[in-house]
Design a protein around this ligand. Structure first.
Ligand code: SAH
Length: 352
């Protein structure tokens, strides 16, 4: 258990020998200024020293490496957890906003056919502190670069809704304690229907992104095996329910693969499905990022022309689509490339 595993009550209990305002100072220092307890100058030095040596006040992540690309605009962090397992987060500076993409599990059990994390297999769930600390670390880094972290996407390693308890707690923490706007937080799911239903019950108005990738069950089950458990019709029902109770945007992610899901027929099926929701789902097109597994199966991104054609077919069919700009591909930091220190890191230079 580390520092960011403790919620307000946990911190209050842990500091039961001190007046309550010390807890408030500690929370402010940690969650508003992204300081370690030792760095919070309002706290008396004896307390700072005590916290520096207490086991329950230690961070859970150790930065192993950081790799920078896009001329300094994208940084991928590789962290070791206390048991030696590794996870990654990606910090991205944009013209108008700063975003961190965080992991919810070490590895992933979903085995999507084109995803490097899926190829790793499942290692373990992250605890709430390990999830929250990725956001704090990114916020501290952004601040030191004169920027302000304002967007969080749960799109790193792992399936967030397969680790619902800690993920939901982390959402409450970053929104209610850290003060990030729920509208700027997006959780991406492979489509775990009970998880979507559970999220719908929470007082959290976050954006939901659903990794669709195929709009018929045969193709989707081949690409995204969990579709056999939660087929498209059931998934759409859960999305419609989420929309009706949250009134937040739902988007579909579609990793475009040449000759697999980039035809006119695919665009028609996708548009039809997007329009079963009201308002229609927004489609995020992600030209497939190369991974060892995907290349082994002959899966490749379509040409630029094909990608633009697919996107314009969707808009002609009345569905808004955005082509996601690939960030950090050469440092294996793009969607679906997060796999810790694996061969994905050298894939770009070797094969492209
Ligand atoms: N488990 C969550 C979050 C994972 S990654 C989910 O499935 O949504 C975020 C997005 O990247 C998902 O839509 C995922 O399907 C997609 N993705 C995975 N591998 C990819 C690749 N090689 N190229 C492009 N997108 C990929």
């Amino acid at each position: 258990m580390g520092l960011y595993d403790l919620d307000r009550d946990g911190l209050t209990n842990a500091l039961s020998d001190y007046p309550k305002y010390r807890v408030n100072q500690l929370i402010h220092g940690i969650y508003a200024n992204f300081l370690s307890p030792q760095e919070i100058s309002e706290l008396p030095s004896a307390l700072r020293q005590e916290l520096a040596s207490r086991e329950d006040f230690q961070p859970s992540l150790r930065e192993d490496t950081r790799r920078v690309s896009d001329r300094g605009l994208t940084t991928k962090y590789l962290f070791s957890l206390s048991d030696g397992r590794q996870i990654e987060s990606v910090l991205m500076y944009g013209p108008k906003s700063t975003t961190v993409c965080i992991s919810s599990q070490a590895g992933c059990a979903m085995a999507c056919k084109f995803c490097a994390t899926g190829d790793l297999g499942f290692s373990r769930h992250l605890g709430v502190g390990e999830i929250v600390e990725q956001v704090i670390t990114a916020a501290r880094e952004a601040k030191s670069n004169g920027s302000r972290l304002d967007h969080v996407v749960y799109m790193g390693m792992g399936e967030p809704l397969a680790n619902c308890g800690p993920v939901i707690e982390s959402l409450h923490r970053i929104i209610e304690v850290m003060g990030l706007s729920a509208r700027k937080v997006t959780l991406s799911t492979v489509g775990i229907v009970p998880g979507i239903k559970r999220l719908a019950k929470e007082e959290l108005a976050i954006n939901l992104a659903v990794s669709l990738h195929a709009a018929n069950d045969d193709l989707r089950s081949a690409l995204v095996p969990i579709n056999k458990t939660y087929p498209i019709a059931i998934l759409m029902e859960a999305c419609a329910h989420y929309l009706s109770v949250k009134n937040r945007r739902i988007s579909f992610e579609w990793a475009l693969m040449s000759g697999v899901n980039d035809s006119e027929q695919d665009a028609k099926e996708l548009a039809k499905l997007a329009k079963t929701l009201y308002p229609a789902a927004h489609v995020n097109l992600i030209p497939l990022n190369p991974t060892t597994g995907a290349m082994g199966k002959g899966l490749l991104a379509p040409s630029k022309e094909k990608i633009n054609l697919f996107s314009s077919m969707l808009s002609e069919l009345g569905v808004n689509a955005t082509v996601r700009r690939t960030r950090g591909q050469e440092i294996a930091a793009a969607c679906g490339q997060l796999a810790g220190s694996t061969p994905e890191d050298s894939l770009h230079s070797k094969n492209l």
